[in-house]
Ligand binder design. Sequence first.
Ligand code: PGA
Length: 243
Amino acid sequence: MKIIRATDYYDMSRKAANIISAQVIMKPNCVLGLATGGTPVGTYKQLVEWYNKGDLDFSEVTTVNLDEYRGLPREHPESYWSFMHKNLFDLVNIRPEAIHLPDGTNMDSAAECAHYDEIIRQLGGVDLQLLGIGHDGHIGFNEPGAAFELGTHCVSLTEETIEANKRFFDGDVNQVPKQAYTMGIKTIMQARKVLMVANGTGKADIVKKAFFGPVTPEVPASILQMHPDFTLVLDAEAAARLD
Ligand code: PGA
């Protein structure tokens, strides 16, 4: 595990974007595993800035996103499909057919999850997986207690995650979808490189617990301690409990 300390959110975003850029430059036809959430927004912004300067080219890149809400159509403004298009895909030269997210409108969970795993398999796996971390240590929608050996599967969101996500649904928990399709921890661990971004005081406790505590399904992110190429980029606030 490699820890990179950044001063603030902007610096964290820039450092993470640097690692993703290096991947794209070294292997232009790489497979990027991407994440949604508030944390990676600055990373995507930086990538778009470098693309606009002509320093980055996404024309051969393929992407697979971590997760999608079950039951939410792509066009819904809070779908992860919409999030990714707004923050990255519509702003760079990625080919639409090279973009993959689980299809939230396929209500046949088993079929959708098997199909998504097959897409990843056919792509030859993920070269670099970007992750955020939930306050409870979740990665993707793998909540505490999730089995480490699962591939893509359907999960029921915890109360804490529904509560954390209601800010995107007019503050109304009833509007937040209650289930999602997510890559499993096995899928994430199979990525050749994993890059996590975390910022803010709200993440300080979980960062310490996940990466300096025992590896346990109760803290899903803790398994990343065992990943052979895992980089954690933290701002000073998220790193505060490590000193
Ligand atoms: P956040 O979410 O980036 O919005 O804090 C992180 C996560 O839940 O993975």
